[in-house]
Ligand binder design. Structure first.
Ligand SMILES: [Zn+2]
Length: 249
């Protein structure tokens, strides 16, 4: 928030409306209100499952059935979740021509469910299963049921098409994300402190390329203060709904 008394939400809305080429970078915080706890929080997956034991490519290759204990829970939680007002608000901003793309670190598919059309999935998506032996792909809903381990036609155990620790970011998503960061007028960072490499490069690339950075996070992050130009504190849904209201007036 800047000193000087002006309403930061109106200031951010003016910036978005003026430049009309904003890109959003989202993380776990935007899906918390949809009932998906942040991985790293007290209720998160990593409090229950040690990610080094359950979420690395090495662990999957060694013991995929064990890794599926964690994956089953993740797929179930995300499968029951519905987009919240923040996902819908971002889709509305795209519809109005204010936001042109969403780069997300989430694997829950909720941006697409809310109606966002240009979504760059940095860490893949749980909706698809992939065979790491023959590279065949399947829709998760057609191949997996709770309590089972999904198998490929070749007989191997399928992996969700998400980036596990130790795996590279899909090159196309990385290229597209960096291109969006280089060419956007405003980067809106929502529900992430963008600390995990290489997603942490996106705000820096945008800033160095001349974009303004608007941050929507309830707390201070490592971006606040030096990379962030306007910090809007609060829940993503509340702030985005107020932003839509400000854009309408
Ligand atoms: Zn296969």
């Amino acid at each position: 928030m800047r000193a000087g008394g002006s309403d930061p939400i109106r200031e951010a809305a003016r910036l978005l409306a003026g430049r009309r080429n904003a890109v959003a970078l989202t993380g776990a915080g935007i899906s918390v209100e949809s009932g998906i706890p942040s991985f790293r929080g007290a209720q998160g997956m990593w409090a229950k499952y040690d990610p080094m034991e359950y979420a690395t490519l090495h662990a999957f290759m060694r013991n995929p059935r064990k890794v599926w204990e964690m994956l089953s829970e993740m797929v179930s939680v995300c499968g029951f979740a519905a987009p919240n007002a923040a996902h819908k608000g971002l889709a509305a901003l795209e519809e109005r021509g204010v936001v042109r793309a969403v780069i997300t670190q989430n694997v829950d598919g909720l941006h697409q469910a809310a109606g966002s059309r240009r979504v760059i999935e940095y860490h893949g998506n749980l909706d698809e299963l992939l065979c790491v032996y023959c590279w065949k792909r399947y829709p998760t809903r057609l191949r997996w049921t709770p309590g089972t381990v999904p198998l490929c036609d070749c007989g191997e155990i399928l992996k969700p098409n998400v980036v596990l620790f130790g795996e590279p970011i899909p090159w196309l998503a990385q290229e597209q994300a960096e291109e969006e960061a280089r060419t956007c007028g405003v980067l809106v960072v929502i529900g992430t402190s963008a600390q995990v490499s290489p997603a942490c490069d996106i705000p820096r690339i945008a800033k160095e390329s001349g974009a303004a950075v608007v941050e929507i996070n309830p707390e201070e992050t490592s971006l606040s203060g030096h990379v962030t130009d306007i910090h809007l504190r609060g829940s993503a849904s509340e702030v985005l709904q107020r932003m839509l209201g400000a854009l309408s007036t």
